[in-house]
Design a protein around this ligand. Sequence first.
Ligand SMILES: [Fe+2]
Length: 294
Amino acid sequence: MTTHRPWLGISTRDWSINSDTPQAPPLPEYLGDMRPYLDVLVDRREGGTEVVGGVNKWIIDANWKFGAENFVQDGHHAFSSHVSALMAMQPDDAPVADFPGGFTVTPGGGHGLVASDEPVLELLARDPVLLDYHQNVVRPESARRLGAHRDAIHNVGAFTVFPNFSFLTGFQIIRVWVPRGPHHMEVRSWTLVDRDAPQEVKDAQLRLVRTTFSPSGLLEQDDGENWSMCQDTLRGYISRRLNSNVRMGLDMPIDSTAPGPGRVMPGWNEEPGRDFFRQYRHLMTDPTPHAWTT
Ligand SMILES: [Fe+2]
């Protein structure tokens, strides 16, 4: 593979990466319909993005797929898992339990995303510098560059590029879930900022990530505890003999009017997760090099 690091400021439109491994598909082909959604993270402003604050690494006592699955589809967990943290972060009279609805996108290949359909960054970030920058600089420029139809993704979305690369828009974090055996994962997480942003905005973005989605972050600790408790449950006698129920939204209609590619479903559902695990099973049961392209 070349030494390009395209997430550090180059639009996916410019990507020309080809792997030295002949059986690997070219990256743009591998991303497929996930590309337009990845652009919302890395191509929202003309100057591109850069990493600030280095990398955070930590171990969670759970299989790596808990992280990937959470970011590929799990918008509904926020209602139950994060309300107490939001109460701690917000003024006493803030409507923290009044969550907006959302939607999922299943682009194929095991990739996927879930996003809210109304702005929620204000629920999570109280820094006026950051909120003003987001509303008055990022969104107008992003709408010009990427099209207004992708604006909703800015409302805070969680994304997974199959198998183990995930990111959050709004918070602007990218991360890799590194397997450390069946019962543990190592999380490696970075914060992205717009290269053209003022320094005070870059500082505010890093502060937001450190207080929410980092080893010391309030929201991160909610998730990590959930996943490790699920992992403990899976070790049990009953869990080993029953299938998991991932049928949420199985009969939900596709939004055929959605302007973005992929199967877009309004509301919370597990459709991207079903595609993630379908692709995982496909790769685990087909040992040929062609498995990645079929
Ligand atoms: Fe969460």
